[in-house]
Design a protein around this ligand. Structure first.
Ligand SMILES: [Zn+2]
Length: 460
């Protein structure tokens, strides 16, 4: 940031009294204005921010926003109207076709043997086929790895495979732990079906041991029969594994979920038009869709709202960027990524100078990840370092997120907001992901961090 508007300087003088902040700025006088700018945005977000209020509006009006659903359509309508109300320019819908999957009646996994018969906490995985009305019954076979499954081979024929690999708790980065275990959820059903299994159960993706099932996307391989795939809670997975170790264990699985034909939906886009280079764009975004349980408050209501609030903060502060800052609410991240793919394809002729995504929950931000390397990384690190006095100054190598991934393939530098990661998978894709699990101050800090980085990238 080179030239700052006069009202901002006055505000800075009035607000810059924190000793930490003053000491930090004094350490390097050449960066005093940048750090003052960061302080101003953080102050504004914490004192007059509207992120939590906006998140509440979204999750109240459209708690279930799975692609193609009525909830997703309501979310699109709300987002478009809200961007207009908050003063963004060029607010528009960018159409895309999305898959439509419906859960149907509550699914059931019931232990039949050993007695006593009882139900287990479960949720069908997104994309799964249903069962016949009477359900399917079979003996449980437990595996932890795909090589165990391959070794069993046709021994799983006619049976129900439980994929029971926990997220490795020793990994400090819970996203890495998720990455280590999620392939069993995504492709386990087809791997089991290849050997004749009749259904797949998958241990929920969480480090907690509790009775809350977590859904998520799965995909069928071509040329393999489609079998039902359901998540069970970590407690249910452990119970089944224990029973199966002790002796033959039979369960019945019932689900009425189904995949329908694709329907039209939209990404929602709004901008702060750049004052000097309006055709050059910094994208900030999250995904508007979410699963059909909970409210998608962390995933990814928080990320979307942080980006919207970032734009609102810049408008409220009169901080007009030199390049355009474009807020994109992507549709269908959870079970198709169609919005992100359509956005990148249809805007390939736009000059994107950077893209920032927030899709790791609305927890207290620590900084950002960046796809940049070498000198560019060092340059960005210096920018993000201005957020250090607020505990948000970390920049580590990494991807930006799924929705801006396609832009990365076009050579656009990517950034991802990096919040504290210990609690995210307590809530992710489950009924626990509600606004009560989001803290207003943490959300406000995320919005401020994105506003600051977007502004600096737009003014570089
Ligand atoms: Zn997400």
């Amino acid at each position: 940031m080179r030239a700052l508007p006069a009202p901002w300087i006055l505000l800075l003088i009035a607000s810059c009294t924190g000793t930490e902040r003053t000491r930090d700025a004094k350490a390097d006088p050449s960066r005093e204005s940048e750090r003052g700018l960061a302080a101003h945005i953080v102050d504004l977000s914490l004192s007059e921010g509207r992120a939590y209020e906006l998140l509440r509006e979204l999750v109240t009006q459209a708690p279930h926003r799975l692609s193609g659903s009525d909830g997703a359509a309501r979310a699109v309508t709300w987002a478009q109207a809200t961007m207009q109300r908050l003063g963004l320019a060029n607010v528009r819908l960018h159409r895309c076709m999305v898959p439509r999957w419906e859960r149907g009646a509550p699914e059931q996994v019931r232990v039949l043997k050993p007695a006593p018969a009882h139900a287990l906490a479960c949720l069908a995985l997104g994309g799964s086929v249903g069962t016949p009305a009477a359900g399917v019954e079979g003996e449980i076979v437990v595996v932890r790895t795909s090589s165990q499954l391959e070794a069993l081979g046709t021994a799983v024929r006619g049976k129900i495979v439980l994929f029971n690999r926990p997220m490795p708790r020793a990994l400090r980065n819970t996203f890495a732990a998720y990455g280590a275990s999620v392939p069993q959820r995504v492709s386990g059903a087809s791997r089991a079906a290849k050997h004749g299994a009749i259904a797949a159960l998958v241990r929920s993706m969480t480090t907690r041991i509790d009775d809350v099932p977590h859904t998520g996307g799965m995909r069928y391989a071509p040329d393999v029969p489609k079998i039902p795939a359901l998540a069970v809670s970590t407690m249910a997975a452990e119970e089944l594994a224990k029973m199966a170790k002790a002796g033959p264990t039979w369960v019945r699985v019932r689900a009425s979920c189904r995949m329908l034909a694709d329907v039209e939906s939209s990404n929602v886009i709004g901008e702060i038009v750049g004052s000097e280079k309006p055709d050059e764009v910094v994208v900030i975004g999250g995904h508007l869709d979410c699963w059909d349980v909970g409210q998608g408050a962390h995933d990814d209501g928080s990320g979307s709202i942080e980006c919207l609030e970032a734009a609102r903060l810049l408008i409220a502060a009169g901080l007009r960027p030199k390049r355009t800052i474009r807020v994109v609410f992507f549709m269908n991240e959870e079970n198709g990524l169609r919005g992100a793919l359509a956005y990148a394809k249809d805007h390939a002729n736009h000059k994107h100078v950077a893209a920032i995504e927030s899709d790791r929950g609305g927890f207290e931000p620590k900084g950002f990840t960046s796809s940049a390397r070498g000198d560019a990384f060092a340059r960005y690190k210096a920018i993000v370092d201005d957020l250090r006095p607020f505990g948000m100054g970390v920049l580590i190598p990494g991807g930006g997120g799924a929705d801006i991934g396609p832009l990365g393939l076009q050579g656009v530098p990517l950034f991802g907001l990096l919040p504290a990661w210990n609690r995210y998978f307590d809530y992710h894709h489950s009924k626990r992901d509600t606004i009560d699990a989001v803290h207003p101050r943490e959300l406000a800090l995320g919005a401020a961090a994105i506003a600051y980085l977007a502004l600096r990238l737009a003014n570089e």
